[in-house]
Design a protein. Structure first.
Length: 645
């Protein structure tokens, strides 16, 4: 190749684009709104700043502060991201939010809204990022708040314009489709439009816990329901956390990714991405749903009937029949008669209560993030991301289990006693002493026995510490940004851009601001309280420098080495998740935000993790709204957090 051609190629195809030359990342949701007049922009901005100062001065650290903060944050984000769509209506909503915040500030000492009936907008503090997140309550006038009441959890449909401000105003003005007169209803925000996945799923779990703290809720009578995106959410949240509920109902929506998106074989994404569909695709957890009343609804003219067709087939594969209501001559909504039938079935389940002590259970999972079903818990897998099961049958004080891909488990059947026998895969284990916290069993060389104290101290994948990278965004995390500079200019440009992009991505899509510190500010207490997201390399970030030699991937100023392969450190970035060597009960993540990016927001079924436990990112491809760069390699660590051969 001539020198002239090499020079021309360098001009046309630069190896690395500088940070300032990277194209801006375009987002899909929320929708871009219309511009406010300078006068309205200034008036509302001043109102937000005034309220932020008052909240900081008077409410810092107070448990009910989020009940005020949600209004301030909603308006702040609407101004920040241009979330005004109908100026007349939305300016009215903005003034309403200002007024609500002011009224609650004035009455904070007596907090009358905590005893209010009817439509009530509340807030709670998310432990994930410390943000105030909203939820809506429907509290019937005749309810006696001094007595435990059933709770219906409702998950809303997709709304690319239904950001905090619009969600909250709707919850203050509309009871919604489901509003029984003898139960409380909570509308979960789910961080707006992320399919009730990841942080959105955790929002649902956290809202249930928050409502139980704020109101007297009958924990044996909690129902999960949703429609459209909320139907998809009810399926996935329901199969992950089945034992929270006495009944689950899903209307329309999606149940898995490949068929819903109508992928042709030649258009399927990478094997890694397909594997990670199993985080949220319901068929991989379907057996969990067999233990309680579960039903679905579709309008007979709704394209999203597809989800129920898939679920019917999956139920049939396991010898079960799906309870499926169909609305006649109906598109994407509930037929009134069908909704009555659905609510009647749910009411029966509410009267019966949560079936927590049933003797027969069929637990199913793909990973240890979702590891329990009533009195069964999976504590260790032979291998993640394959079908894993515990089928259990209790007979009085004895229990028989059959497992698949499980090597450690816990049984909490309430009738276990000293002398009980647990038979696992044909091995009879007699219990000399029953632990009140449950009996833990472990498999070694194919033989099951009672786990001994201190036999499980090594590094391995455990419930809540099993990856992939995105798992850190389900738990309280702290972003640690570098004070130094990498010797590798290309990496430095990329890392700076991606860290900055993460701030906007999290705020716009996850509806919160990141919890951030500089590397030199991180304390031992931070190490205990938070999982760490570290940006930079060992030269630029002092925390990375402290742990670099204890990671299973070698990374220095010249090269990244893994599994016998070496990559130039100036032309590649390392992204990974790993138990923090400075506090192994928590994670560290290096150089990765959420791995599903803005392009995936176009359809909620696509909002799934894209990278495994580690990835090598080629910097010859700039970050886009689909990828952080060229994904050169990505894989999972093995069950002991080691690089696979």
């Amino acid at each position: 190749m001539s020198c002239r051609w090499l020079a021309l190629a360098a001009l046309l195809f630069p190896l690395v684009v500088s940070a300032e030359d990277y194209a801006p990342i375009t987002w899909v949701v929320p929708d871009k709104g219309v511009a406010l007049s300078d006068q309205d922009q200034q008036r509302l901005t001043s109102g937000v700043k005034e309220l932020q100062a008052l909240v900081k001065q008077h409410l810092a650290g107070k448990p009910l502060a989020p009940d005020v903060e949600i209004y301030v944050k909603a308006l702040d984000f609407a101004l920040r991201f241009g979330e005004f769509y109908d100026l007349k209506k939305d300016l009215s909503k903005a003034d309403w939010a200002l007024q609500q915040a002011k009224e609650r500030l004035e009455k904070f000492d007596t907090n009358p809204w905590t005893q209010q009936t009817g439509l009530v907008v509340r807030g709670y503090r998310s432990q994930i990022d410390g943000s105030a997140q909203p939820y809506g309550m429907v509290i019937p006038e005749k309810i006696d708040l001094a007595k435990p009441a059933p709770l219906y959890v409702w998950l809303h449909g997709r709304g690319s314009k239904e950001t905090d401000l619009h969600f909250m105003h709707k919850r203050a003005t509309s009871v919604g489709e489901v509003h029984p007169d003898d139960s409380l209803v909570v509308h979960a925000f789910g961080r707006q439009c992320i399919g009730f996945k990841g942080p959105g799923e955790q929002d649902v779990v956290d809202v249930i816990a928050e409502v139980q703290r704020q109101y007297r809720i009958d924990s044996e009578r909690i129902v999960l329901m949703g429609f459209s995106m909320g139907g998809g959410g009810a399926r996935s949240v329901g199969c992950h956390y089945t034992d929270l509920f006495c009944a689950i109902h899903a209307g329309a929506g999606y149940s898995e990714t490949a068929l819903f998106m109508q992928y042709k074989p030649e258009a399927l994404p990478s094997k890694m991405e397909q594997t990670l569909w199993r985080v949220n695709d319901v068929p991989y957890y379907v057996r969990n749903l067999f233990c309680l009343p579960y039903s679905e609804y579709s309008g007979d003219q709704d394209k999203q009937t597809q989800a129920s067709v898939v679920m019917k087939a999956v139920f049939a594969e396991h010898g079960k029949k799906l309870q499926h209501f169909v609305g006649p001559m109906t598109a994407h909504k509930y037929h009134p008669d069908s909704l009555k039938e659905v609510l009647a079935l749910v009411k029966e389940a509410v009267v019966a209560g949560r079936p927590k002590h049933q003797p027969t259970l069929s637990f199913q999972t793909q990973n240890l993030r979702y590891n329990r079903l009533f009195w069964l818990e999976a504590l260790g897998l032979d291998q993640h991301w394959i079908d894993s099961r515990i089928d259990a049958k209790a007979d009085g004080a004895n229990v028989a289990l059959t497992t698949l891909n499980i090597n450690r488990l816990r049984v909490s059947w309430p009738q276990l006693k000293n002398g009980s026998v647990i038979t696992v895969d044909g091995t009879a284990v007699k219990l000399l002493k029953v632990n009140v916290a449950g009996t833990e069993l472990v498999k070694s060389t194919g033989i099951w026995s009672v786990a001994q104290s201190g036999d499980d101290t090594g590094l391995r994948k455990r419930p809540g510490q099993q990856g992939p990278i995105d798992d850190i965004y389900n738990v309280p995390f702290l972003v640690v940004e570098p004070t130094g500079t990498s010797p590798n200019a290309a990496f430095q440009r990329w890392s700076t851009f991606e860290a900055k992009h993460f701030h906007e991505r999290w705020a716009s899509a996850m509806r919160g601001d990141l919890r951030v510190k500089k590397d030199t500010e991180v304390t031992d207490d931070d190490m205990k309280r938070f999982h760490l997201v570290l940006w930079g390399d060992a030269a630029s970030n002092t925390v990375i420098a402290k742990i670099a030699k204890q990671l299973p991937i070698s990374w220095d100023a010249t090269a990244i080495s893994i599994g016998g392969k070496t990559y130039s450190a100036n032309e590649h970035a390392l992204a990974m998740i790993y138990p923090n060597p400075l506090n192994p009960t928590n994670y560290v993540v290096l150089n990765s935000a959420l791995t599903w990016r803005e392009y995936n927001d176009r359809n909620n079924s696509l909002q799934n993790p894209k990278l495994g436990d580690w990835a090598i990112i080629g910097l010859d491809q700039p970050p886009t709204n689909d990828v952080p760069g060229r994904v050169v390699a990505t894989d999972f660590f093995d069950e002991h957090w080691a690089v696979k051969p």
